[in-house]
Ligand binder design. Sequence first.
Ligand SMILES: NC(=O)c1ccc[n+]([C@@H]2O[C@H](COP(=O)([O-])OP(=O)(O)OC[C@H]3O[C@@H](n4cnc5c(N)ncnc54)[C@H](OP(=O)(O)O)[C@@H]3O)[C@@H](O)[C@H]2O)c1
Length: 334
Amino acid sequence: MTPAEFRCYLVNRDAEKRVTAEVTTLPLDRLPAGDVLIRVQCSSLNFKDALAASGRPGVAKTYPHVPGIDAAGVVAESRSPQLQVGQEVIVTGYDLGAGVWGGYSEYIRVPAGWVVPLPQGLSLPESMIYGTAGLTAAMSLEALIEQGITPDRGEIVVTGATGGVGSVAVALLAKAGYRVAAVTGKPDAADYLTQLGATTILDREAVNDTSGKPLLAARWAGAVDTVGGNTLATIIRSTERLGCVTASGLVGGIELPLTVMPFILRGVKLVGIDSAEYPLARRIALWNKMAKEWRPEKLELMLTRVVGLSQLAEPIREILAGKIRGRVVVKVES
Ligand SMILES: NC(=O)c1ccc[n+]([C@@H]2O[C@H](COP(=O)([O-])OP(=O)(O)OC[C@H]3O[C@@H](n4cnc5c(N)ncnc54)[C@H](OP(=O)(O)O)[C@@H]3O)[C@@H](O)[C@H]2O)c1
């Protein structure tokens, strides 16, 4: 039976923009309207969650707010014929944890069109090792494949490689047979990245060219960039003829200091990745690949830690400082 109340991690911002967070209990009618009520078993920590939880502009539209752009759990009530009570499901992205209260909560209520049935081969906690980071990495791999970047074309570079998107990207690419160059700012990360499947480890400075040259020596067949800014610009200028670069992140900046030369002289393709609004049918297909043929041998290698709702403050600080390695799963069900 559905209880009258639920526990959640509630973030408040006052008139002076001071942000506070507490684990609290609220009546179920505080949840938004929606087709499906889900009892959340676990969620995860993404960079975007840390922005919402710390009151940074651009994610949470109003306060009080419950962050958590990811949730995995069991359908508790459903007005959709496609989703049955008791079914295990995943929700990532759309407006979850942004305009709609998110997964750091024992219950979420969402539109049926956001809900992915848990694919066979994946448990609920495993789905949150992937989370939005995993879906984003999988979309990046899918884009490289769609652009004809096969493993024999050469090395693929991954930036922000120890982060959530970066770690999953390294593992998925290695599993698919690509040679992977992992770019990191963490000097002690080589063992971790090698275990994930990277064959080359590079320091961040290796992809931070400041020469101003429109083109650099061609080095990569493809790239999964999670950093943006001058890192992305350097990589595009270093990509081989007809190579493909995917852009998903902005931890290093939102600007893109570049000329058109890589596009018109080398035919380099730049593919934007937006996991939040990725259409449901394609999303379901991709989650099924992530559960089966794309699944890395040791998914748990990327799991850095499991935290409860009351233990979120520290990992939130760490991810904002770029210090988290791999993925943090948030255990919601007590
Ligand atoms: N487009 C989408 O759909 C989508 C989906 C998910 C995430 N994202 C974006 O992708 C990015 C990564 O997200 P995430 O959840 O993977 O975050 P994360 O776990 O914090 O990973 C980010 C990694 O980037 C590196 N990094 C941090 N600050 C940097 C800087 N100033 N310059 C260069 N590298 C830096 C660090 O890795 P190293 O120490 O190994 O370099 C860090 O671990 C974020 O910008 C996020 O908003 C976008």
